[in-house]
Design a protein around this ligand. Structure first.
Ligand code: ATP
Length: 355
C-alpha cells in the first residue's frame, strides 16, 4: 500500500510547537521521502535551543505517522540550522592555560561519563554515539564530546560535517545531531588534516573543547576518549569532575587484556568505573539464525565479576551497526532490537542516576 505524501504532511501539520504553529506551518520539515510504507524526514530547527525544544515532537510525529494506515516505518532526525556558520577565528590547539588544581566541575553540566577502551577498534565511538542518541530519545539533555583528538570519528558517525561557529572567536557553538549536542575536533579540521601535537597541546585542545564550547544545560556529557591510557585520559580524569567511566571491550583476549589496563588507569586516577560494555558479543547469522561468538565468549562478564562492577550491556556484532555508523545514522536512532539494546543501556544509567 502506497502512502500519499499529502497524508504524511497532514499528520505532521497536526503536531504543534510549544510557541505556536505546527511542524509544517513553521516550515521545519525537510527531505521528506515517502517510499511505499517507509517515511523519512528531517526536522530542521532554527537553532540548537529550538532543536532541543522540538525533539519530543519528533517522537510524537513518529508515533502519529506509524498510526497512519500503510505506514510501516518512520525515520526522523532533528538537526539545527543554527546561526549563519561564520568560519571561527578561534584556533583549536594551544598550550593549556593555568587552571585551579584538582578536578573541576563544568558549569551547566550535571554529569560527565567518559567512555574508554584499552584497544582501538573495539567500538568505543560506536557505543558513545549510540548511547548518547538513546539517552536523548529518553528525553535527557545530552552532549557528546569526541575527545579522540588523533582519530575523531563522531562527525561521520553522527552525520555532521558543519564547522561549528565561533561568533566571538572565544566561545564555540556546538552542533546538534539526532537530538544530541555535539562537538569534535574533527569538525574544526579538514578531512585529511592530521593532528601532530605533543602532550601540552593535547591538554590545551581538550581544555578548549570542554571549557570553551557553549554546551548549554546538560543532564549528561558523554566523552568519547581515544583508545589506551595516554595524555587525554590523564588530563580529563585529573582536571574534570567525572561521574565515572564506562570501559568498552570485545570478548577477544587481546582486547580484554588492554581493557584491564584502562580499568587499572581509572582506578589509579580515582575515577569510578560505572561498568563494562561487551561489544561484538555475538553474531547472529541473518540467514539461518545461528549464533557465532566470533571474538570469544564470557571474558568481559568474568572481568566485570572479578572487579565487582556491572556488565552494563552485551551488544551484538551486526552489519547494521557498521552501516549506520558509516552513514551518520546511529542504529539507536532507529527502531528494532539494536536500538532496544541501547535504549536498555540508557534506561539503566538513568535509573541509577548516572545519566
Ligand atoms: N557491534 C558492532 N557491529 C558491527 N560493527 C561494529 C560494531 N561496533 C563497532 N563496529 C564497527 O567497527 C569499527 C570500529 O568501531 P569504532 O570506531 O566505534 O571503534 P573505536 O573503539 O572507537 O575505535 P578507535 O579507538 O580506533 O576510534 C567501525 O567501523 C564501527 O562501525
Amino acid at each position: 500500500m502506497t502512502v500519499a505524501r499529502e497524508s504524511v504532511l497532514a499528520v505532521l501539520d497536526r503536531i504543534s510547537l510549544p510557541d505556536g504553529g505546527t511542524l509544517v506551518s513553521r516550515d521545519l520539515i525537510r527531505a521528506l521521502v515517502v517510499e511505499g510504507g517507509a517515511v523519512r524526514f528531517v526536522i530542521e530547527a532554527e537553532s540548537p535551543e529550538m532543536a532541543r525544544a522540538v525533539e519530543p515532537l519528533r517522537a510524537m510525529a513518529e508515533r502519529a505517522l506509524l498510526a497512519l494506515p500503510g505506514v510501516v516505518s518512520v525515520q526522523a532526525v532533528t538537526t539545527a540550522h543554527g546561526p549563519a556558520a561564520k568560519a571561527p577565528s578561534l584556533k583549536i590547539g594551544q598550550h593549556p592555560t593555568p587552571q585551579p588544581a584538582g578536578p573541576q566541575k563544568v558549569a551547566g553540566i550535571d554529569r560527565i561519563i567518559a567512555v574508554g577502551s584499552g584497544k582501538g577498534g573495539v567500538g568505543k565511538s560506536t557505543v558513545s554515539s549510540n548511547l548518547a542518541v538513546a539517552l536523548a530519545r529518553q528525553g535527557r539533555r545530552v552532549g557528546l564530546l569526541d575527545a579522540d583528538i588523533y582519530g575523531p570519528s563522531q562527525p561521520r558517525m553522527m552525520g555532521v560535517n558543519r564547522r561549528p561557529a565561533s561568533p566571538d572567536g572565544k566561545t564555540i557553538l556546538p552542533v546538534e545531531a539526532h537530538g544530541v549536542t555535539m562537538m569534535s575536533i574533527g569538525l574544526m579540521l579538514k578531512d585529511d588534516e592530521a593532528v601532530i601535537w605533543r602532550g601540552p597541546m593535547l591538554m590545551g585542545a581538550l581544555q578548549q573543547l570542554i571549557g570553551q564550547v557553549d554546551w548549554g544545560r546538560l543532564d549528561v556529557l558523554i566523552v568519547d576518549l581515544p583508545p589506551g591510557t595516554g595524555d587525554i585520559q590523564l588530563t580529563l580524569c585529573q582536571r574534570t569532575q567525572l561521574t565515572g567511566a564506562i570501559v568498552v571491550s570485545t570478548p577477544q583476549d587481546v582486547a580484554l587484556l588492554d581493557a584491564k589496563k584502562a580499568l587499572d588507569m581509572f582506578r589509579k586516577l580515582g575515577t569510578p568505573v560505572l561498568g563494562l560494555v561487551e561489544n561484538m558479543s555475538v553474531y547472529v547469522c541473518p540467514n539461518c539464525g545461528h549464533e557465532a561468538h566470533i571474538f570469544g565468549h564470557g571474558g568481559v562478564a568474568r572481568e566485570a565479576e572479578r572487579l565487582g562492577v556491572p556488565l552494563l550491556a552485551e551488544l551484538p556484532l551486526d552489519l547494521a551497526v557498521r552501516e549506520g555508523g558509516d552513514a551518520g545514522r546511529p542504529v539507536a536512532a532507529a527502531e528494532g532490537p539494536l536500538a532496544d539494546a541501547y535504549a536498555a543501556l540508557a534506561r539503566r544509567l538513568v535509573a541509577d542516576g548516572m545519566a
